[in-house]
Unconditional design. Structure first.
Ligand SMILES: Nc1ncnc2c1ncn2[C@@H]1O[C@H](COP(=O)(O)OP(=O)(O)O)[C@@H](O)[C@H]1O
Ligand SMILES: [Mg+2]
Length: 337
């Protein structure tokens, strides 16, 4: 296999707050190959968005956050300084140009006082080096490509004149107009109505496959991630616990947390499954005595070792690995879903 497009190793992230340190990300690591789609899944508050922000190099400038990693490379390019922190200079030319981002709340992400066309045109001039007139033509083409009618009129529109779904289409155009090789989309459809969600996800999938774009799709919705991505990474309280191919999820998930998330994921909206949720709550990340496995206190199998010693990553099969001292074995999965 060729060198991965994105390599993340031992990423840690903490916030300094008046009530103490918040230990958000702990030893997060994963890789992404060119053209691959990976779904990053976890409950709300588990650290998915800060992972995206750290990968965008958008947290490095804030004094109240400490980001460190053992390795952070994109297309072979080192994005860390000698202290293992994200390097602002190395990020120039990568963010926006080679990695495109779509964040939640598209309306807030768009500039309120500049037209849609103006914002698109600027991306095309900055990231693609186009002159004003061709950038304008290309901006119109992008407005059309993301399925907005009457491009000339939309070009002159402001964010407040568009619906949430239309704003998200504009965000997708902005993220992809620089022709990136990786798209990081953080809950790109949360807050949109169900039919618009599907249309926006179809649009992302269509544009991504036409461009052989790699994608990190971040969502709290395991079913959605499994449907849209080839591989899933499950995050619990700032720790990755299991990565596996989506096709193996139902039969092969070996981490108890992944299995609980699966059980809490309705197979159809009409079943009673929709009422189930994962037992317990995420641990308080400001605690100084967080267990080594942050799932230990919610886990029926945990013991003293789980609380004191982080489990190493264990390979379970092709592209399947987990960090757990007590994986659910194949024989024990009979009778479970
Ligand atoms: N600016 C901040 N200061 C302090 N804590 C933060 C900040 N941003 C996020 N957090 C904390 O980091 C954790 C993860 O947040 P987030 O990445 O937004 O979760 P998710 O996207 O998975 O819902 C939460 O416990 C949240 O309270
Ligand atoms: Mg989030």
């Amino acid at each position: 296999m060729s060198a991965p497009m994105l390599e993340v190793e031992a990423l840690t992230l903490r916030f300094r707050t008046p009530s103490g340190l918040v230990n958000v990300l702990d030893n997060v690591g994963f890789t992404l190959q060119a053209g691959e789609t990976l779904g990053l899944v976890g409950e709300s508050g588990s650290g998915k968005s800060v992972t995206a922000l750290a990968l965008a190099g958008l947290l490095d400038a804030q004094a109240q956050v400490q980001v460190q990693a053992r390795r952070l490379r994109f297309q072979g390019r080192d994005l860390l300084n000698s202290q293992g922190e994200p390097d602002a200079a190395a990020w120039q030319g990568v963010r926006g140009r080679r990695i495109g981002f779509v964040f939640q709340s598209p309306r807030r992400a768009l500039h309120p006082l500049r037209t849609i066309g103006d914002q698109l045109q600027q991306v095309l001039q900055v990231h693609r080096g186009l002159k004003a007139a061709p950038a304008r033509q290309e901006a119109l083409a992008w407005i059309e490509r993301v399925g907005l009618s009457d491009p000339a009129r939309r070009f002159k529109a402001y964010a407040h004149e568009l619906s949430g779904g239309q704003c998200q289409r504009v965000m997708i155009a902005l993220a992809l107009a620089g022709e990136p090789e990786l798209l990081i989309a953080d809950e790109p459809t949360t807050g949109l109505d169900v039919s618009t969600q599907a249309l926006v996800l179809d649009l992302i999938a269509e544009l991504a496959s036409a461009r052989r774009l790699a994608m990190l799709l971040i969502t709290h919705d395991l079913a959605l991630a499994a449907q849209r991505c080839a591989r899933i990474a499950v995050m619990h309280a700032g720790q990755l616990v299991e990565t596996l191919p989506s096709a193996r999820l139902r039969e092969g998930a070996a981490h108890i947390y992944t299995r609980q998330l699966l059980r809490a994921t309705p197979q159809s909206a009409s079943t009673l499954d929709a009422l189930r949720s994962v037992d317990g709550t995420l641990p308080d990340l400001t605690r100084v005595d967080l267990p080594a496995c942050r799932f230990a206190e919610r886990c029926e199998k945990s013991d003293a070792r789980c609380r004191s010693q982080a489990a190493p990553w264990t390979r379970m099969g092709a592209q399947h690995a987990l960090a757990c001292w007590h994986p659910v074995l194949e024989t024990q999965r009979v009778g479970l879903r």
